[in-house]
Design a protein around this ligand. Structure first.
Ligand code: PGA
Ligand code: ZN
Length: 416
């Protein structure tokens, strides 16, 4: 059994928005690995730069001309060494030379090839054979912001978390039932609703934030009665998209309201209380660590999660931990590029009581690696949408992993 890398190939493929992205194949003596990179629309300023100047074509060239010669002949299971080489070839803080998505595809394809060489599933190879916890799926069911156009909601995502589920398959069933049921409810609230969806498969009606939360809470209740377990509601405010730096206000165009930082915190606290929210992501703009700190100290029984705030970056997370800003972190591997960096951010979060939420991006491919990452990293939540082939690919992979684990499978422990 050998994990020695023999060949590296890269190509341009399409993501779920129909935009180009990069895919990398790694051949070892005894195995094969493939990975393709996702892309965000509401990206954080401190994220890795996705592609080099020249776009995906240039990224493909970088893999073939600069990266392949350096990693051919190395062991694919020397992940840290290979990830260090990617940083070295790039030579910048934020992968602007080779692209964070280029690093992502190479780093993950290397792990994929190593797992295949050993005849293991990726989650087993990365997490060890005793790892048997499945994450709760956090699903986007109504949305707007940068993931839709026209008059959709100001808050980017209205989410459900089926916390009462005893298995992953039951959890997925609840999310799908909520998504299905909402269609009819939204049609009654918005006469112009055509069944249109945003980039992540969430319904995109022309309704207010309150109408969305009201409708979602009711549907969650109905589905809980039908299925016999509880689902709770959450939001991703993606507040940097609402922030107007000149006015220094959060501008809610659809709801026609403007809020300063203090009012924003009060507004979020009122939503947590009124709708018993279990999860709030990016409630404040991406550099407002102090605002996150204040909100976290005042909100009880609710995860306050940083996405654009932390960008899966250990330095930004360390800063947050030092002042208790937030209590959860979005883990998006392409925000930092490599598996090693992703691993370090997740471990740092777990060591400090922050809940890691492994997440998709709004632009995805059909690849299902993040399903394996969530299990391997022991993340109690995976955020990956409810419908759409590229979202379903991740959910179905977790159903397969649950099946594969058989009697040993159990839901991750999640204390909120
Ligand atoms: P993105 O958004 O993938 O478009 O950045 C998703 C999110 O904000 O969580
Ligand atoms: Zn987000």
């Amino acid at each position: 059994m050998s994990t020695i890398i023999e060949e590296v190939k890269a190509r341009e493929i399409l993501n779920s928005r129909g935009n180009p992205t990069i895919e990398v194949d790694i051949f070892t003596l005894d195995g094969f690995g493939r990975a393709s990179a996702p892309s965000g629309a509401s990206t954080g300023r401190a994220e890795a730069v996705p592609f080099p100047e020249g776009g995906v074509k240039e990224a493909v060239k970088k893999v073939e001309e600069a990266i392949a010669p350096e990693i051919i002949g190395l062991y694919a299971d020397d992940q840290e060494e290979i990830d260090a080489i990617l940083h070295e070839i790039d030579g910048t803080e934020n992968f602007r030379n080779i692209g964070g998505n280029t690093a992502y595809a190479v780093s993950l394809a290397v792990a994929d090839a190593a797992a295949d060489s050993y005849g293991l599933h990726l989650y087993q190879y990365l997490g060890g054979s005793m790892n048997s916890c499945l994450p709760y799926p956090l699903g986007n069911v109504i949305g707007g912001g940068k993931h839709a156009s026209g008059k959709a909601t100001d808050i980017q995502e209205f989410l459900v978390l089926p916390l009462g589920a005893e298995s992953f398959s039951a959890a997925v069933e609840a999310n799908a039932a909520i998504h299905r049921k909402l269609k009819g409810v939204l049609g009654k609230l918005d006469a112009s609703f055509t069944g249109g969806k945003g980039d992540e498969g969430a319904w995109a009606p022309n309704i207010s934030n309150d109408e969305a939360l009201e409708a979602l809470s009711n549907v969650c209740q109905e589905v809980a009665e039908e299925l016999g377990f509880e689902s709770r509601v959450g939001v991703d405010v993606a507040a940097s998209s609402l922030w107007d730096p000149e006015k220094e206000l959060y501008v809610y165009k659809r709801d026609n309201v403007e809020r300063d930082s203090g009012e924003q915190i009060e507004y979020i606290l009122s939503l947590i209380e009124k709708y018993n929210l279990v999860y709030v992501e990016d409630p404040l703009r991406e550099d407002d660590f102090e605002g996150f700190k204040e909100l976290t100290s005042k909100a009880h029984g609710c995860l306050i999660c940083g996405d654009d705030l932390f960008v899966t970056n250990v330095n930004r997370l360390r800063k947050g931990i030092s002042i208790h800003a937030g209590n959860a972190i979005i883990i998006k591997m392409n925000q930092v590029g490599t598996l090693t960096d992703t691993w370090k951010a997740t471990r740092l979060a777990q060591e400090n009581g922050y809940v890691p939420v492994v997440s998709h991006r709004s632009g995805e491919t059909e690849a299902s690696h993040i399903a394996h990452l969530a299990v391997a990293l022991n993340a109690p939540i995976i955020k990956t949408g409810v419908v759409g082939g590229e979202r379903i690919a991740k959910l179905n992979e977790l159903i397969r992993i649950e099946d594969d684990l058989g009697e040993r499978a159990r839901m991750a422990s999640l204390k909120i």
